[in-house]
Ligand binder design. Sequence first.
Ligand code: MG
Length: 116
Amino acid sequence: MTLPTKPLAIYVDVDDTICKTNGMDYPNSVPMMQNIQRVNELYDAGHHIVYWTARGQKSGIDWTELTAQQLKTWGARYHELKLTKPPYDVFIDDKVINSRDWEQGRWLEVWEDKWK
Ligand SMILES: [Mg+2]
């Protein structure tokens, strides 16, 4: 099973999706290199990658520079970085893919019908 060849706009969370972060201790986030590589593969396949994080949405602290530097250091390839994600506890959405399913490669099956 493969992704469609048409470019998809793919929004990817940062904390606990491509790096391990303890609470809001963003400066000490540890990259999850396998997941970053998975996103890089989507980038290389021509999809539009947006890293979308809620960093600073509650505190008002601007974490843009730190986050951009981390993505650069970690070798994350992307088109846009947006720190505009609203803080939430549960996200109910028909297009969401759980990061654990994504890590285990199960998401393509779930999405097969949507891409037909
Ligand atoms: Mg997260």
